[in-house]
Ligand binder design. Structure first.
Ligand code: NAP
Length: 282
């Protein structure tokens, strides 16, 4: 599996298995099937409620722990210095592991008003201070963020000693967040694409259907190659073994520069509707 070097030298496999909603089926079996299909990079989060299944599948796969790259994420309602430390330990306990490869702040803002911090800006900076300590203590190999737009990153970097290794964003044809992508590239922050096939919402988009036919691949396959050619780390999710295998795309096809530009210029399509600045009051 091809890897990419993060800004602290840690290598991350360019394709990871997304585990969101794998618990709709038997999460453990789905994740074990993904490992059997060849995935070694697994993306979970506290909110996915499947860290125990991820840990169990890793252990029972009989593949050595050090061959895996395990990411989890801090729930947005647990931002803050003390809660970050406690949540990290809880995630590690559920995974049944003694270190994590990557730990991310899931969203830059809490999903409800907090009266124990002056602002989301303070809350994020204090969260990051805890993340940096986890890194220094060797409990995690790399730390990063998810769903951070340039203004969230500007705030974080004001006091940061460590530049986030990675930003996990919704990135797929029809939703390419160019400003955030450009910002991360300038700062040396790797980009990781969540919903790289637009949670299947863009499968019938005519340009993609035509182009997939031209290259002799499925639309899902085309979207994933598009992600990799954009230098994104991609996180496809599937509960079906055939799709898991198909999604482990290799350099079997190359989309031409002209076709890459055509896809990049698609109008907005398939957006999840989830915005990082959405803050609902409890
Ligand atoms: N950081 C964040 O805020 C955030 C948010 C959302 C997601 N994520 C991460 O990103 C991962 C992927 O995102 P996602 O699950 O939203 O969307 P996705 O991977 O873009 O799409 C998943 C959907 O596509 C279908 N699918 C997968 N491969 C296919 C193929 N080869 N052919 C046809 N259909 C296929 C799946 O169906 P079946 O399952 O039925 O096969 C599922 O309905 C998540 O699992 C999670 O790890 C992160």
């Amino acid at each position: 599996m091809e890897t990419k070097k993060l800004n602290n030298g840690v290598l991350i496999p360019c394709i990871g298995f997304g585990t969101y909603k794998t618990t709709v089926d038997d999460g453990y079996t789905v994740i074990l099937n993904a490992i059997k299909a060849g995935y070694r990079h697994l993306d979970t989060a506290a909110i996915y409620n499947n860290e125990e299944e991820v840990g169990r599948a890793v252990r029972e796969s009989a593949v050595p722990r050090e061959e895996f790259f395990i990411t989890s994420k801090l729930n947005r309602n647990r931002l803050g210095y003390e809660s970050t430390k406690a949540e990290f330990e809880e995630s590690l306990r559920k995974l049944g592991m003694d270190y994590m490869d990557l730990y991310l702040i899931h969203w830059p803002r809490s999903d409800y008003g907090r009266d124990d911090y002056d602002s989301w800006e303070d809350l994020d900076r204090e969260t990051w201070r805890a993340m940096e300590e986890l890194l220094k203590e060797g409990k995690v190999r790399a730390i990063g963020v998810s769903n951070f737009l340039p203004h969230h990153l500007d705030n974080l970097l004001k006091n940061a000693n460590v530049v986030p290794a990675l930003n996990q964003l919704e990135l797929h044809p029809g939703y390419l967040q160019e400003e955030a992508v450009e910002y991360c590239r300038e700062k040396g922050i790797a980009l990781e694409a969540w919903s790289p096939i637009g949670r299947a919402r863009i499968m019938k988009y005519p340009l993609l259907v035509e182009m997939a036919a031209k290259y002799g691949v499925s639309v899902a396959h085309l979207c994933l190659i598009f992600g990799l050619q954009n230098d994104f780390i991609i996180l496809p999710k599937s509960t079906h073994v055939e799709s898991m295998e198909e999604n482990l795309v290799s350099g079997d096809i190359t989309i031409s520069d002209e076709d890459m530009d055509l896809i990049r210029s698609m109008p907005e399509a398939g957006w999840s509707g989830e915005h990082p600045d959405r803050e609902t009051v409890k």
